[in-house]
Design a binder for this molecule. Structure first.
Ligand SMILES: Cc1cc2nc3c(=O)[nH]c(=O)nc-3n(C[C@H](O)[C@H](O)[C@H](O)COP(=O)(O)OP(=O)(O)OC[C@H]3O[C@@H](n4cnc5c(N)ncnc54)[C@H](O)[C@@H]3O)c2cc1C
Length: 264
């Protein structure tokens, strides 16, 4: 499956909205939840081909010319107009997804598989906690839009600075606390911020996605304090500072197994 770039928009200095369309999206399945994502294939500079390409053929190429897979959340899918919206973080002229988004222009193409992933906020929860960084902002924004009217929603979101803060819409009673990334990177910052908030009582449905070490500390805090029950927590390490996605995926399974030792 592939889409053609119809438009790009800088939502913030480091977040680019890319809207895809075209006949290559025929058959795109309705995304199952707020965190549904596509596995997109970004081409390295000098690849010598463009999407759509044949999977089997590109597997024969030298590694440095193959497509680099990156997971990107479906920010929106409009089945009537067949428009797929992705919000992609740019973090310097590095990497494959971020760099592609930085330079994407109408007419460019992007090949992908999916969508997969089907988490959405539990409509029966007493309140919702949404925690993450800019990479999880598309899913957090989608989750905030899907809560029942009037229910409390507490969001704690880490972004590079004040210019990266984005207005979020919600039918719920939404309060967002923004956290700004410091130098050196501090993986405890999100958890410290959550710990300092006066949180609602009752059953919490929590979504904690983003940088791996930061999600780990938040997870430990939420479970060890009993703020959230395990079955009400969706936690996913999207990327790990300062690794590339290839470096992170090489150790992700072992890292995830260790999580079980974090909390009794
Ligand atoms: C299910 C899922 C959904 C995701 N949804 C989105 C999404 O909607 N939008 C989105 O932008 N990302 C999303 N991500 C995260 C994204 O896949 C990773 O951040 C990926 O590493 C970015 O690839 P890249 O090619 O730009 O950089 P890489 O080649 O992986 O990394 C290059 C350098 O940039 C650093 N880096 C990578 N990501 C970030 C970042 N977010 N902020 C700062 N530095 C970074 C790396 O540590 C490395 O030093 C999602 C991940 C998962 C697993």
């Amino acid at each position: 499956m592939h889409g053609e770039v119809l438009s790009t928009e800088a939502l913030t200095p480091h977040l680019v909205r890319v809207v895809l369309g075209g006949p290559g999206l025929d058959g795109f399945a309705e995304p199952g939840g707020a965190d549904s994502y596509v596995n997109a294939f970004f081409l390295p500079p000098g690849a010598g081909y463009t999407a759509p390409f044949d999977d089997a053929e590109v597997r024969e190429l030298p590694w440095e010319r193959r497509p680099f897979p990156r997971r990107i959340t479906v920010r929106a899918w409009d089945a009537a107009t067949r428009r797929l919206t992705l919000d992609i973080v740019t973090h310097g002229d590095v990497g494959y997804a971020g760099r592609w988004a930085l330079h994407a222009r109408p007419g460019d193409t992007l090949q992908f598989r999916g969508p997969a992933g089907a988490w959405s906020p539990d409509p029966d929860a007493d309140w919702h906690l949404l925690v993450g960084d800019a990479s999880a902002l598309p899913a957090i924004a989608g989750a905030a839009e899907r809560v029942p009217a009037g229910v409390r929603v507490v969001a704690v979101i880490e972004v590079a600075g004040p210019a990266e803060e984005l207005a979020l819409d919600s039918p719920g009673d939404l309060a967002v606390t923004w956290v700004h990334t410091g130098t050196p990177y501090d993986a405890d910052q999100l958890a410290r911020t959550v710990a300092g908030l006066d949180l609602p009582a009752g059953r919490c449905c929590a979504f904690v996605h983003g940088e791996a070490e930061a999600t780990r500390v938040v997870r430990r805090h939420l479970l060890s304090t009993g703020i959230v029950a395990r079955e009400d927590l969706s936690c996913s390490p999207y990327w790990r500072h300062p690794d590339t996605d290839e470096e992170w995926r090489a150790v992700k399974a072992a890292w995830t197994r260790q999580l079980e030792n974090d909390v009794d």
